[in-house]
Design a binder for this molecule. Structure first.
Ligand SMILES: NC(=O)c1ccc[n+]([C@@H]2O[C@H](COP(=O)([O-])OP(=O)(O)OC[C@H]3O[C@@H](n4cnc5c(N)ncnc54)[C@H](O)[C@@H]3O)[C@@H](O)[C@H]2O)c1
Length: 465
């Protein structure tokens, strides 16, 4: 099948490379000339496992402009950004521009299927279909518009595109539905060659497909992301209570997550959610509700709880240190999550800014995003080693669960610090070992009165005498 993917960000590039890998004839277009330059030289523009080998061996044609040849493909897939406008609404300008430019180049008799892969508010695909029909009113060609939202996770873009947990297609046109089923068939049947270092997360032989209307497909995408933020914010709200009543949220969610109706995923209390999608999609859905005069109090609270959580960790540290004026604080983890090189809506970066605004000297360490972080806030001193970060610090903020932070030699590092306070904003470390190294340990949702002991003998030892 001849496929043109427009947009070569995480979503567009992963889609183009995977469609090429499963046997389609693929072009990928992006207006960013330097990005296309990198891709033509087969240099990965961002860090994603599996991206480099796919890019190196692909036959994808990378281009800066939509041409008649690319527009008249079987499928044109729109994967451009839909960033938030100042009021939180999704900005659809790039989506509309791509559709308009493509339709203007259609030849008589052409029957392209235009697929919106970008995350767009419910109703967008149907509105775009109307615009396309107006544009094609006097032309002898057809363009059916369909929605096929993307669910990949940053840091797992290739594995999630090759081995998705579901494929959702929203279309009215029967031809478009059939064409999209054909497009995805090798993925659905898992009929393709393995990619080095990429393994499926499950042993399923086929991928479930949901074929529905465009508005439902669009809602599936927003509902998935907003369910995740609600789940995380719920756990964080509960963590605050656990802390106040003498509980330990880690033990609590272990028990709660064993209920198969709830499950163990997205149940970790911590500094809260961030990244390029969750916050933007939550705000966009809230705006959709408002535009229909429909309040969404649960979603609004989930967003507010997330904001409060970021402030709460800073307040916790301020209480422990007495004041944030003229103290030195080291932040471990600046990307929005481990394994990505993305700092969009990163909790680590926002905490750094809050601490700087309160008068602290702040250093950060995260090798994957050092340059981006330094550019983002010139008052943040970005260090190239953990030792450089820690030397003379009054407190440490652990914000990432990257493997190297899970194995921090706290006792050794503590000796380099001026004062030993550690905020474990991921509840990653063992509280007792950190305290044994002379630190004041501040976790989230874990009261010092917690009665969680590892073994019976440990309990007996603590309570003997
Ligand atoms: N990043 C994720 O993890 C993720 C996951 C699921 C869904 N999504 C959604 O997918 C969409 C794309 O996300 P992304 O992270 O790849 O975005 P991105 O911003 O990283 O990439 C978008 C690309 O589109 C290009 N572009 C913009 N206007 C263009 C035009 N008129 N013609 C050609 N190219 C143009 C930009 O130069 C950019 O390279 C968004 O709607 C996003 O919400 C993202």
């Amino acid at each position: 099948m001849k496929v043109t993917v427009v947009g070569a960000g995480r979503v567009g590039l992963a889609t183009a490379l995977v469609f090429d890998h499963i046997g389609h004839d693929v072009a990928c277009i992006d207006t960013d000339e330097s990005l296309i330059g990198l891709l033509r030289r087969r240099e990965p523009p961002f860090c994603e496992p599996g991206l480099a080998p796919l890019l190196k061996n692909c036959d994808v044609q990378f281009a800066n402009e939509m041409t008649e040849g690319y527009a008249n493909s079987d499928v044109v897939m729109v994967a451009v950004g839909t960033p938030p406008l100042p009021d939180g609404q999704a900005d659809l300008a790039a989506v509309r521009a791509v559709v308009q430019a493509t339709v203007a180049l259609l030849r008589p008799g052409s029957q392209v299927t235009l697929v919106i892969k970008s995350t767009v508010p419910p109703g967008t695909t149907d509105n775009v279909q109307k615009l396309v029909e107006e544009q094609l009113a006097d032309h002898d060609c057809r363009a059916a518009v369909a929605a096929s939202p993307e669910f990949l996770r940053g840091g797992a873009a290739i594995v999630d595109t090759l081995y998705p947990d579901r494929i959702v297609i929203g279309a009215h046109d029967e031809g478009a539905k059939q064409r999209l089923q054909e497009l995805y068939r090798p993925i659905v049947n898992r009929a393709f060659l393995d990619v080095p270092d990429i393994r499926p997360a499950n042993e399923r032989q086929s991928v479930p497909m949901v074929i529905t209307t465009p508005v439902n497909a669009e809602l599936v995408k927003y509902a998935s992301n907003t369910f995740l933020v609600t789940k995380l914010s719920f756990v964080n709200e509960l963590a605050g209570l656990a802390e106040r009543v003498g509980g330990d949220i880690k033990e609590v969610v272990k028990g709660v997550g064993l209920d198969p109706r709830i499950g163990p995923h997205y149940m970790e209390a911590g500094i809260g959610w961030g990244g390029p999608c969750l916050g933007k999609d939550a705000s966009a859905l809230l705006r959709v509700g408002e535009s229909h005069n429909y309040g969404m109090p649960m979603l609004r609270s989930a967003i507010e709880i997330n904001r409060r959580q970021r402030r709460a960790v800073v307040e916790k540290l301020e209480q422990a240190l007495g004041s944030l004026q003229d103290v030195t604080i080291g932040i471990l983890g600046l990307a929005y999550k481990a394994g990505t090189d993305d700092i969009t809506d990163s909790p680590g970066i926002e905490v750094a800014s809050m601490l700087i605004a309160a008068g602290a000297r702040v250093r950060g360490y995260d090798p994957g995003v050092a340059t981006k972080a330094a550019q983002h806030n010139p008052s943040l001193r970005v260090c190239s080693t953990i030792e450089e970060l820690i030397e003379g610090c009054d407190a440490l903020f652990l914000i990432s669960n990257a493997q190297q932070f899970q194995e921090l030699p706290v006792a050794e590092l503590g000796r380099l610090m001026r004062r030993r306070v550690l905020v474990d904003a991921k509840n990653l470390l063992d509280q007792r070992s950190v305290e044994a190294a002379g630190f004041t340990y501040l976790g989230l949702g874990r009261s010092r009165r917690s009665t969680a002991y590892a073994t019976r003998s440990e309990f007996a030892a603590r309570h003997s005498g």
